[in-house]
Write a protein that binds this ligand. Structure first.
Ligand code: PMP
Length: 456
């Protein structure tokens, strides 16, 4: 009989024989450098492994599970839908979950967005938006606008189109020869502020760089894509909302479409339903995924203005249709769960509760700012990031080859907390249901993890 202690090991052996994990050097698992954890179940903010060990999911399983795992309201929506319609192709067919979700998304989205195009993951939504923006100008007889502007340090996914507009070398470097080449504008990241410059001045300096770029090459650009307020995979780097106001103005002045990738920041994460609201701007295309289904099922949506939609609308012979399709586009199960997510927002004070949780996070993290190996603690709503460095005063980073973030990760796991740093940036992006005790545990373990990871 298998002893309880070895159940994880048994599953790990089978895992290593059959699976190839994402975002992972498999040797790290085989060699035991990064532990591999077989998860059996999840509830609320907690994951439980095959041996019954629990882990606080401080990163909402890659920023997806808004209300915690297996929220009963989402589970019920999924079960009900399953009794009626599992899946149907969305070309030539409609169904209530897709139609009603589209209506409801448009009701809460920034003004001007009036059509919903579905896909099934974040990167796919980015692909859709890039193709749509390019095709929009082509349909209008402007074949010169073939370029995209993306921001330094931005991240939009890892399929080839999405990776092309991503500026995180770890993911992009190897595939660069395969990728279309966007024009990169300077990042408004406030961590890069010059001495004496505040976050707003830093944002305005970046906007000035964008202005120069568009003045030189704006005529060749169809769209600009950005992550509003937080460059998440780029290390949870944050910027002042003034940048978004300036971008909107510059895009309008140069006839460039603005694509807001709200895949990570949407659905209350930033303190408002969508991060664009901090600047009071509306994009031409808005991308949603992750929290859209509260982390339960893969789904994404591209919201477009009627001006964009109408440029594709013509007699068949005009050949203007947007031809893009995924088998699981608008899957009824996923759409039903997404509707339940929106119902939760409509009938509960989620944003106000989040603001209270965010304030607690700020209080708990504040002492970390004095740590000799912490250069900055920064926060936007329920995203809090801690920049771990070799020397806080000079902000000198640790040598990446030392893998300090990994040390922090291992320590936190050993204490029952899933913190998954981005390089040496530790961050909290917990499910909204995280309570005071869980936050206190998170803060304690984070401090320990930084001590362990930064030790000589
Ligand atoms: N855009 C942003 C801002 C993201 O954070 C991510 C995922 N981390 C993506 C796009 C890609 O989404 P997916 O992983 O579902 O392809």
């Amino acid at each position: 009989m298998t002893s309880p202690e070895s159940i994880n090991a048994v599953w790990n052996a089978r895992d290593l024989a059959a699976l190839w994990h994402p975002c992972t050097q498999m040797h790290d698992h085989a060699a035991g450098i990064i532990p591999l954890l077989p998860i059996q179940s999840a509830q609320g903010a907690w994951l439980t492994d095959m041996q019954g060990q629990r882990y606080l999911d401080a990163v909402s399983s890659w920023w997806t599970c808004l209300f915690g795992h297996r929220d009963p309201r989402l589970v019920a929506a999924l079960k009900t839908q399953l009794d009626e319609l599992d899946h149907v192709l969305l070309a030539g067919f409609g169904h209530a979950p897709a139609i009603e979700l589209a209506e409801e998304l448009l009701r809460v989205a920034p003004s001007g967005l009036s059509k919903v195009f579905y896909a099934d993951n974040g990167s796919a939504a980015v692909e859709v938006a890039l193709k749509m923006a390019f095709h929009y100008y082509r349909n209008r007889g402007d074949g010169e606008r073939t370029k995209f502007v993306a921001l330094g340090n931005g991240y939009h996914g890892e399929t080839l189109g999405a990776l092309a507009v991503t500026d995180v070398p770890l993911y992009r470097r190897t595939y660069a020869p395969l990728l279309l080449e966007p024009l990169f504008a300077p990042s408004p990241d406030a961590y890069l502020a010059e001495p004496g410059e505040d976050a707003e001045a830093c944002a305005l300096r970046a906007a000035e760089g964008l202005r120069e770029l568009l003045e030189r090459q704006g005529r060749s650009v169809c769209a600009l894509i950005l992550e509003p307020l937080v460059q998440c995979a780029g290390g949870m780097r944050m910027y002042h909302p003034r940048y978004l106001t300036e971008v909107r103005r510059l895009c309008d002045a140069h006839g460039v479409l603005l694509i807001a990738d709200e895949i990570a920041t949407g659905f209350g994460r930033s303190g408002t339903l969508f991060a664009c609201e901090h600047a009071g701007i509306a994009p031409d295309l808005m991308l949603l995924s992750k929290g859209l289904t509260g982390g339960m099922l893969p789904l994404s949506a591209v919201l477009a203005t009627s001006a964009i939609h109408d440029a594709f609308y013509a007699e068949h012979a005009a050949g203007k249709a947007f031809l893009h399709s995924h088998s699981y586009t608008g899957n009824p199960l996923a759409c039903s769960v997404a509707r339940a997510v929106l119902r939760i927002f409509a009938s509960n004070p989620v944003l106000a509760d989040n603001r209270a949780t965010a304030a607690r996070m700020a209080t708990l993290a504040a002492p970390l700012a004095d740590h000799p190996h912490v250069a900055q603690v920064r926060q936007t709503g329920m995203i809090l990031a801690i920049e771990m460095v070799a020397d806080a005063r000079s902000r000198k980073p640790f040598d990446a080859s030392e893998r300090r973030g990994l040390r922090a990760y291992r320590h936190a796991l050993s204490r029952g907390v899933l913190l998954r740093p981005l390089g040496d940036v530790l961050y909290w992006m917990p499910p909204y249901c995280i309570d005071e005790d869980e936050l206190a545990l998170l803060a304690t373990v984070t401090r320990e993890a930084i001590d362990v990871a930064s030790a000589a």
